[in-house]
Design a protein around this ligand. Sequence first.
Ligand code: 3H9
Length: 658
Amino acid sequence: MPEIVTVTQQGRVGIVALNNPPVNALSHALRSELCARLADALAAPELEALVLCCEGRTFVAGADIREFGKEPQPPDVPEVVEFVERATKPVIAAIHGTALGGGLELALACHVRLAAATAKLGFPEVSLGILPGAGGTQRLPRLIGARAALELIIGGAPVNAARARELGLIDAIIEGDLKAGAVAFAERLIDQGRPPTRVSARTVTLEEPTLFEEFVAGITERCRGQLAPFHCVRAVRAAVELPFAEGLKVERELFAELMRSPQAKALRHAFFAEREVAKVPGLPLDTPARPVKSAAVVGVGSIGSAVAICFADAHIPVSLIDTSRDDLERGLAVVRRHYANALETGQLDAPEMEARLGCLRPALDDDELETADLVVEAVFEDLELKRDVFGRLDAICKPGAILATTTTSLDIDAIAGGTRRPEDVLGIHFPSPTPAVRLVEIARARRTAPDVCASALAVARSFRKVAVSVVARPGFIGSRMRSRQLREALCLLEEGALPAQVDRAFYEFGFPLGPFAAAARDGLDVIGSDANPNGERLSEREQAELALEASKARGVVRRTIGDEAILERCLFALINEGARILEEGVAARPLDIDMVWIHGYGFPAHRGGPMFYADEVGLSRIHTAILDFQERVEPTSWVPSPLLERLAKSGSGFYGAP
Ligand code: 3H9
């Protein structure tokens, strides 16, 4: 087994190389080895400066998240970082790939930071419900100022090397061979006889007296209910107001509090689940995927144009096919508007936008279908229409082409039955045309071939989406659970709640939108569908009137329903449906359901997804509540799923024993 830390000598410079695949995380073994090897190198008289670098695809990408929640083994990350900063010889960080979290803290403890032009640096800790806990909140403001530090730490997104240089986060960008450049830099330092300069020795002054209040005001709505972003502000404030050692103590306390929080546990779960979801049970990771070098989308409505954008973003040439010139133009206009907006907001530059637009091939006939490796059908949700389209695809597409339907509500086996190649057919469902919604459900029909499934998952990942594999049954995971939840929300309207109140309860829980606001956004005609046959958007007052009318029409005496009761009814209905989906095998694992809800339906990540949340609440409590609803509310819709009942009685959770 290769050594985890090696020191090699190059002239007067020692190269300390870390090798802990896959991402050089600061595991216990790496931490101990690094301290031991560094101590040797610092004691070696022939070495006058050290270069700290990494083997493999990246610099240190952070603390080892797998060790979180366990008793930390010494030396911990803060000790390693302190040890590096106190080194009596200059230590130079040579960064490639990503220096994230504890990795960036390690780099901040070095006396010089150099980076490859392609490197990225950042603090993603907030997305794990914690804050940089190894001096990051204290050193970063001292290096780049309090405002920039807050932006980096609370924003969580990494910056590229050029921006890092502008901010003063790194000292130089090395073009060409990074190690050789870092050694040359070290030689120059030795020649100049420069002693190590420590970031902790710097002071930071607050030039904007209301900066912290401004930041808190800026995140109050967006980060509602979350602890970590607000703790980050407090930690950076300590860097400004206190000496380094005292600020560090504040950081440690806040970090420890966050680390113990249920939010951090939930976000860790979400982190690993996002990676685990790619490993589909029964589909070996080495299943060969069919190459997808060209694609076609049939039907250019809102979903069709969104799918076309995904292909263009992945630089896959895509034909957009529709039967009407007007519809085709409308779809193209949506795509062009999307890219114009991306250009205006700086998400893309002009050449990249042109490259993506250049991937689009609009067409009014089917000729373009002949060469496509993957065809996505996105026509109106009508079985006969879809079967017709698939019959056409069968006649035109080349052998081996993958044929995907965007339906969730129709029987994909029946659609596949319109072809002579059902093994090439599967479902690919985008819950929303909004590009920010990352979920794609990949639905295996009865006869879908494994390599077709593997190919669709790979394509979805090339879109930078979170792809969840499901068994094709109407509704898949997301929309089936959403329908159940919406039904419960509608019942609550009749009993006494108002739509705005239901939406507000969900918003406060952490959803970006409540069920009614989400349904209105997605064009679902849900509120008072009898009274509102055209599905028009209704004002809050009209919605309230419809709710009152509905109660009256059904002879229900309205009562006051609290926000907590609203959430229990809707979320427990959602969880019970999730349990059914699990026991039917539509979802292979609870984490598949959690990923669908976090990435497709706005379930707050800091609550871990509905199945994780259910375990936190306790299945026994949920089971008791369901039985109570069965008695008091409605006997047929409130039947506990046998799986939920079994787990609750055995004291277990969806993810095993608590
Ligand atoms: C922190 O540093 C706290 C500090 O303040 C210190 C406090 C005292 N640990 O994502 P990928 C695994 S918090 C353990 O598919 P990519 C991952 O699970 C940390 N394992 O690769 C996967 O395993 P598997 C701050 C980790 O190329 C494999 O590596 N840092 C860690 O698409 C490949 O991962 C972060 O939050 C880790 N830190 O992306 C960075 N990171 O193969 C988290 C990854 O078994 N990491 N793994 O499924 C990332 O953002 C991405 O992994 C990265 C590479 C961008 C680095």
